[in-house]
Design a protein around this ligand. Structure first.
Ligand code: PDD
Length: 292
């Protein structure tokens, strides 16, 4: 059991513990109902990247499931910083989750239950240079998830089934389609390039408001790259010059095969190279303390 976990310690309800010593009740509503929310935050040069954005999104998720935030912004920052300091890697990813806590099984909310707070940091595994140079494959699959995908819920069974369907088809990601329009990936946001113009689906209950997505749009706008938050219909995606997926752990990953056919020329496109360079430059500035 101990070997399964590389991290030195985890945080659970106010305590820092070796992972093999951490335990929660089988009656935790996170375990029984998937009643909780989470965040994944990248760490570059031992600094939490876009922490205020992640904490703001956590607050939105908590409010949406009617849980009050168990920690202040400062307490989150201090606790996560302590987890990061205990790990040797400079670049890490932090996972944190808050569940409604332990109570007898009943769908209705228990009165006065203390939320369960769990977090850990681990080294960030980047996409390989080969993946970045060649891009990855994706398939389109009907989006059969619920209608509150803007909540970063720990109940990820639908996402896990969709991702597995993609893996079984030798693809890296499932691009989800609802009512003929692209929503997002099973664990990423989706961008497409058409006529040199960058497009990503608009925010709403159908997608998670990705922090990486927002940064890509911010960088594109700051550098005069034409971009829009607009509906992408499936046939448009099939004709795209470039397709990318974005997430805190995948960064900006080119998708060069869609449903077994090449996207554009079948290799990462020019605009991808430009945005990835801008993203990396921004990361360097962040590590050097030039941007927050
Ligand atoms: N997932 N959409 C979904 C459904 C996601 O699960 C994720 C990220 C994103 C991208 O969001 P961000 O850029 O803030 O990471 C979009 C994380 C990484 C995960 O579940 O591991």
């Amino acid at each position: 059991m101990a070997n399964m976990f590389s991290m030195k310690q985890i945080y659970l309800n106010g305590q820092f513990l070796p992972p093999q010593e951490a335990a929660i009740s089988v009656f935790d509503r996170g375990f029984v109902f998937g009643d909780g929310v989470y965040e994944v935050i990248p760490v570059f040069g031992k600094r939490l990247f876009r922490l205020p954005h992640h904490l703001a999104r956590l607050q939105i998720s908590l409010a949406a499931i009617r849980l009050s935030n168990p920690l202040s912004e400062r307490e989150w920052g201090d606790m996560l910083t302590r987890l990061i300091a205990a790990e040797s890697a400079n670049d890490q990813s932090v996972y944190l989750q808050v569940t409604r806590g332990v109570a007898p099984r009943d769908h209705a909310f228990p009165p006065d239950t203390k939320p369960t707070v769990f977090a850990y940091a681990q080294p960030l595994t980047y996409p390989s240079n080969e993946q970045l140079a060649q891009g990855v494959s994706a398939i389109t699959i009907p989006d059969n998830r619920w209608h509150r995908c803007d909540i970063k819920s720990i109940a990820l069974l639908a996402n896990a089934l969709l991702r597995q369907e993609a893996i079984d088809a030798n693809a890296a990601e499932a691009i989800l389609v609802r009512d003929g329009c692209v929503t997002e990936g099973a664990a990423s946001n989706i961008f497409m390039v058409r006529g040199g113009h960058l497009v990503t689906p608009p925010k709403g209950p159908g997608i998670l408001a990705g922090i990486t997505r927002d940064l890509v749009l911010e960088l594109a706008r700051a550098h005069g790259i034409s971009c829009a938050e607009d509906t992408i219909r499936e046939p448009e995606l099939e004709r795209a010059e470039e397709i990318w997926m974005t997430s805190s752990t995948k960064e900006i990953m080119p998708i060069t095969r869609l449903n077994r056919k090449p996207v554009g020329e079948g290799r990462p496109g020019k605009l991808h190279g430009r945005l990835l360079a801008l993203y990396r430059e921004y990361k360097q500035d962040f590590c050097a303390g030039r941007v927050e």
